[in-house]
Design a protein around this ligand. Sequence first.
Ligand SMILES: Cc1cc2nc3c(=O)[nH]c(=O)nc-3n(C[C@H](O)[C@H](O)[C@H](O)COP(=O)(O)OP(=O)(O)OC[C@H]3O[C@@H](n4cnc5c(N)ncnc54)[C@H](O)[C@@H]3O)c2cc1C
Length: 420
Amino acid sequence: MRSILLKSHLKTCLFVNGLNNFNAYSNSALRKNHTSQGPLTILSEDEQFFKETVRKFSQEQITPLIKKMDKEHKIDNELVKKLFENGFMAIEIDPEYGGSGSSFMSSTLTVEEIAKVDPSVSVLVDLQNTLGNNVLTKKGNEEQKVKYLPRLAQDTVSSFCLSEPSSGSDAFALKTVAKKDGDHYYINGTKMWISNSDIAGIFYVFANTDPSQGHKGVTCFIVEREQEGFSIAKKEDKLGMKASGTCVLHFDNVKVHKDNIVGKIGEGYKIAITFLNEGRIGIGAQMVGIAQGCLDHTIPYTLERKQFGTSIFDFQSMQHQIARAVTEVETARLLVYNTARLVDAGLPFIKEAAMAKYYASEVAGKVTSICIDWMGGVGFTTDFPQEKFYRDCKVGPIYEGTTNIQLNTIAKFIRKEYEK
Ligand SMILES: Cc1cc2nc3c(=O)[nH]c(=O)nc-3n(C[C@H](O)[C@H](O)[C@H](O)COP(=O)(O)OP(=O)(O)OC[C@H]3O[C@@H](n4cnc5c(N)ncnc54)[C@H](O)[C@@H]3O)c2cc1C
């Protein structure tokens, strides 16, 4: 039943957008298994289908818009529509609510493929799938799912609103409060760095319902864009990921009904931690995509560019650097894929997610930087894509938990494993 719905959903999407991938789809859609028991890089047919469809879509639909969107600091409206129409914004949402009902691994592959082309677009797709949709799918009650999941699958972007001006790494020191009055709560405070908030319609807002309880008072509310007292303020002018809107949000007595609490009162802390752990895998995938995309633009150049009468790839010192970079990207990819498969298998993955995010961010920084070196002078210009990959990946070690925070998490596990 599930696969038939998936088939019908994807068939419609692909038909609507004339992507002519129906053959690829037909070959894959009837296979139910989302997970592969073999080597990590061998994909199930469902996963392969996602990867191929997204790859083609990214090349055809995103590539022509990269420069314009980076310059205008905005993701093209028509592109957002197409991302929805093709099912890329609702990969794991159950077909019952209009999603594709696929796996976390498919979300991971989608993010990687899009990041190879435009990392800013991958922020949108990543956060929608690995954070926004999963919060409601896994923690929402039936009424909330019926009300919001079809919108999230069809046309509405969500934002995850945790960080504030004075609470970043120490996220649960947040100051936004939600005061109860009858069946409603009144939210007051300011959120900062909220991705996709320039275009989002649904906001998961973490606010403290009882500051005397510290992090145990943090509660997750659904707020809609049009609500009175809610305003989207400054859009940050960033180093990279420029097309991805990152804004400050103000909440001035925003009235929210108790039915819009996700999970229980005081459960916001657990919800945020749980989904950020999954989200980190998406950031890992994004960083792998960025590094790979940059290599894909650079290695052909090293083969073509001639100095001293031979291609620069022919120099052994260049070959060693290139071999090392490609190996590091593959290592990061394996960490990311393994962690995604742990999620799909319902196995513990927190340490692995921290490792994947930390390592993939580090590799993306190193690889995009050295790709610019290999390009020589032209790598330092905006005529070539390396400088954008380099700028875009700089946020990898910062958002969804900085590298130090990931290393803290890994170290906690190491201590537990070794302490007697
Ligand atoms: C482009 C972008 C998009 C973002 N999107 C979102 C979003 O959608 N939703 C959202 O809620 N947030 C978002 N964020 C916020 C992001 O998660 C925070 O920026 C991040 O958690 C770091 O917090 P901070 O900026 O306050 O840095 P700080 O916490 O002030 O950290 C500064 C430095 O101190 C180090 N440090 C802090 N504490 C420790 C410690 N205990 N041990 C060792 N070192 C430490 C950090 O590693 C870092 O190097 C986004 C940020 C950016 C830049």
